[in-house]
Design a protein around this ligand. Structure first.
Ligand code: BGC
Length: 739
């Protein structure tokens, strides 16, 4: 049939002598795939039909560290990639290579860690960040940014917690969707990663995770699903680990059943770097593009460290794919499907029509402004006894700035996401700038960061800091981790601060009762040894290159804190919900806590967290009133509207993140006491009030019934909880769902 149509088409050409596009005889026809007016589908089909089996097979593996295979004969460009998610990272090679000083410096804007941006609960901001990063990727000649990371923070010890958006699937979904929209809006390909359940670095290449269907669907999948269904994500990256017995890169349940069949994913699946272990099984499962490839891949895989960690690859090379085709292990149509999906994404992103030649301005003032806003909005004021903060320039004459995160900007955690910014703002510089000329700002190291500055005299450094604290009006202790201590590739050994830092805080707080602790970290830390002795704690996370400005602005009240925690802070690691089910043994881990991850588990176990999910203080106050639920009864399939009024009752303009939790009171399976199903971030002037409206659709009321293998909504009572945090519920209402 296709052949016949083609012949008829050709006949029309020769008979008329003039083509439909006005081409004169003798002129070469523009192949359909080069015609930007045609749909991406049409163009991909046309191009695929022109390709030889060898050329199609050749598309399934990369040609280098960060490039897919170009095809000169047909003019198919390589997809040029770079790591994210917190900015464009050097794509020259693995982090081992790009982290060494010999690699020529490469600069892009370092945005705050994902967990910090999630703390802003600001969807528009995340979209703007995605847009800025995509613009920089284009300016650097790249087509694809390996981001966002939407894996859930299952344990505080996961080395990559900082990259993700916290413990709640709904919040992570909102953030991921916003990021993908920002990136794709610029014609850059995102890569939503790592599908699925990459929740630990410990044995990440070999660990087999047993996760029940309900937990997968309710906790670990939603952010991926939303990125696919709502944002129409063009690419998803598979994870290193195994899920329920199969490596993610060759897991048909994940890549075909779930991603493509259930969610309707039309994009391409790219493997994580060095995560493939077979040819036929990987292709049949739904993998499209194996990375990395070519010589770079071979050299990397040959390194003993690479092999030791469990990386593997080189399974989807042209030769191996052709051999699998010849032996009948793989069908040509399956290879065609993968090649078509890659082409389709390239056409959707406009890579044939608007190549990203690079050479543009990398960091614009707007990009810097987004980074600064993100750092500021993302920091969370955890404690502020006696309103020590903001520091009052009329009363404070001297400030001692102490600690290992003072003269170094801790912009991000370690590994493939670490971006090198041109001129990061250190906390010391930011504090000095915000303090102004009238306040004396002095500095002491106090304690060296574990693994840094080996020659420091520990006793002397601490004594100097204590003396400085004692003679200053206020002491600011900037503590936390470094990108060497909290990183991709390994988990943290404990939740404790690195060596000597607890003691430093204790000594400084004893010398000055106006001590503020500022923490740089990507996940919760143990605070029990000093939290009762310090009046104020600001959680800065990894704030990107503008970290110093944000810290200075928040401490001195130039900006008002508005961040809220996207993760529960346990008092002790033993209270965390994966405790006892992590990190597994004999290369196996059972996600025994099921859906009760984070605050869901703290609620169920009636465990008091140190700081609850959703918690964050401001310099102003907000009053919640007038909860209105649109109907006392809703039919299955219907929607409920929830209205609530928020008023700024303080004296400063500020932003509040209003959270809506739902509780299914009667259900056939145990459900959490509350689940986040809506939130709104609203900025209000003093005295100003705003009515917020939330829509609850059936998906908000549903749970995944593993017996039915599907989402179900059951009749019965639902409680609507409106809170300033998950443990500060201000208003309660409800409705019942009827059949
Ligand atoms: C990481 C990915 C990253 C890739 C390429 C992997 O080790 O897990 O997140 O995109 O390397 O650098």
């Amino acid at each position: 049939m296709t052949r016949l149509l083609l012949l008829v088409g050709l006949g029309a050409f020769t008979l008329s002598g003039i083509t439909m596009t006005g081409r004169a005889p003798g002129e070469t026809a523009l192949p359909a795939y080069k015609d930007a007016r045609l749909t991406p589908q049409r163009r991909a089909d046309d191009l695929l039909a022109r390709m030889t089996p060898e050329e199609k097979a050749g598309m399934l593996a990369g040609s280098g560290w960060m490039e897919s295979h170009p095809n000169e004969r047909l003019g198919i460009p390589a997809i040029k990639m770079a790591d994210g998610p917190m900015g464009v990272r050097n794509w020259a090679g693995s982090s081992a290579l790009t982290s060494v000083a010999a690699t020529p410096p490469f600069y892009a804007t370092a945005f705050p860690a994902g967990v910090a941006t999630a703390s802003s609960w600001d969807v528009e901001l995340v979209r703007a960040e995605g847009r800025a990063i995509a613009q920089q990727a284009k300016a650097l000649g790249r087509d694809m940014i390996l981001a966002p990371t939407v894996n859930v923070a299952r344990t505080p010890l996961w080395g990559r917690n900082f990259e993700g958006y916290g413990e709640d699937p709904y919040l992570a979904a909102r953030m991921g969707v916003a990021y993908v929209r920002g990136v794709q809006g610029e014609g850059v390909i995102p890569s939503v990663k790592h599908f699925a359940a990459n929740n630990q670095e410990f044995e990440r290449h070999r660990i087999d995770e047993t996760i029940d269907l309900r937990a997968l669907n309710e906790i670990y999948f939603p952010a991926f699903r939303a990125a696919v269904e709502e944002a129409g994500a063009w690419a998803v990256m598979s994870a290193y680990n195994k899920v329920n017995g199969r490596w993610c890169a060759e897991n048909p349940f994940l890549l075909t059943e779930t991603l493509r069949k259930r969610w309707g994913f039309e994009g391409l699946v790219v493997s994580d770097w060095g995560s493939t272990y077979s040819t036929a099984g990987t292709i049949a499962a739904g993998m499209d593009l194996e990375m990395p490839g070519g010589e770079r891949m071979r050299a990397w895989l040959a390194r003993p460290e690479t092999q030791k960690s469990g990386n593997d690859g080189g399974w989807l090379t042209e030769e191996k794919v052709l051999a699998a085709l010849a032996s009948g292990e793989v069908k040509q149509s399956t290879v065609d499907d993968s090649a078509r999906r890659i082409l389709l994404v390239m056409f959707k992103a406009g890579l044939f029509d608007r190549p990203h030649a690079g050479g543009g301005e990398v960091e614009t003032p707007e990009h810097r402004a987004v980074a600064r806003r993100a750092a500021t909005e993302g920091m969370v004021l955890l404690k502020n006894e006696g309103h020590l903060l903001p520091l009052d320039p009329a009363r404070v004459r001297s400030v001692a700035v102490i600690g290992p995160c003072t003269t170094v900007a801790r912009t991000g955690g370690g590994g493939s996401s670490l971006v090198r910014p041109k001129d990061p703002v250190t906390p010391l510089a930011g504090i000095a700038e915000a303090a102004g000329a009238r306040i004396e700002v002095s500095h002491a190291l106090g304690v060296a960061m574990e693994g840094e500055e080996a020659g420091v005299d520990a006793r002397g450094a601490r004594d100097e800091a204590v003396r400085l604290a004692a003679r200053s009006d206020v002491a600011i202790a900037l503590v936390g981790y470094s990108s060497r201590l909290e990183s991709e590739g390994f988990d943290r050994k404990s939740m404790d601060l690195p060596a000597g830092q607890d003691d430093l805080i204790g000594a400084v707080a004893a010398a000055n009762r106006n001590t503020v602790v500022v923490v740089a970290a990507g996940a919760p830390i143990t605070m029990t040894r000093w939290i009762e002795h310090v009046p104020a704690v600001l959680y800065a996370w990894y704030g990107g290159q503008e970290v110093g400005h944000a810290v200075g602005d928040l401490l001195f009240g130039v900006a008002v804190p508005s961040g809220k925690l996207p993760v529960t802070f346990p008092r002790r690691i033993e209270d965390s919900t994966a405790w006892g089910h992590y990190p597994g043994a004999d290369l196996h881990v059972e996600y025994g806590e099921g859906i009760f991850v984070g605050y869901r588990g703290f609620d169920r176990g009636k465990v008091e967290p140190l700081f609850p999910f959703g918690h964050g203080l401001s310099y102003t106050t907000f009053e919640y009133s007038g909860l209105a639920v649109s109907t006392p009864q809703v039919k299955a399939g219907g929607q409920v509207q929830v209205g609530v009024q928020v008023r700024n009752t303080g004296t400063r303009a500020g932003a509040e993140v209003v959270q809506l939790y739902l509780h299914d009171v009667e259900s056939s399976l145990p459900r959490p006491e509350k689940e986040l199903k809506g939130f709104a971030r609203v900025t209000l002037r003093p005295g100003e009030a705003r009515t917020l409206t939330f829509s609850l659709d059936p998906s908000a009321m549903a749970f995944f019934d593993p017996g039915k293998g599907d989402w179900v909504v059951e009749a019965g009572a639902f409680e609507v909880l409106i809170g300033a945090s998950s443990r500060d519920i201000r208003l309660k209402g409800g409705f019942s769902l009827v059949d």
